[in-house]
Design a protein around this ligand. Structure first.
Ligand SMILES: [Zn+2]
Length: 88
């Protein structure tokens, strides 16, 4: 089975190609079924950059807000732990 993207180097592989045009990986040396399955999480040729940016930006905004709140909680816990050690 020919992967859409070389699991070894990430280059686009033409449909039906017997080996990767970029690094020369083939069924014997490179793209085993496991390697192909491992690459499924990576962007493929249907990769929509604008959509990716929109999602990534949105996700980061949410994550940043969560991290901001988390930092205060972590700081508070740190102070409590410090006080606990000082009181002993
Ligand atoms: Zn390759």
């Amino acid at each position: 089975m020919t992967p859409e993207v070389c699991p070894n180097c990430g280059a686009a592989v033409p449909p039906g190609a017997k080996a990767c045009p970029a690094c020369g990986s083939d069924e014997e040396t490179g793209w085993s079924e496991e390697a192909y399955a491992g690459s499924l999480g990576l962007p493929d040729e249907n990769f929509d950059y604008d959509d990716f940016v929109a999602r990534e930006f949105h996700g980061q905004g949410r994550a940043a807000r969560r991290a901001g709140k988390g930092r205060w909680i972590a700081a508070g816990l740190l102070v409590l732990i410090l006080l606990w050690f000082l009181m002993r």
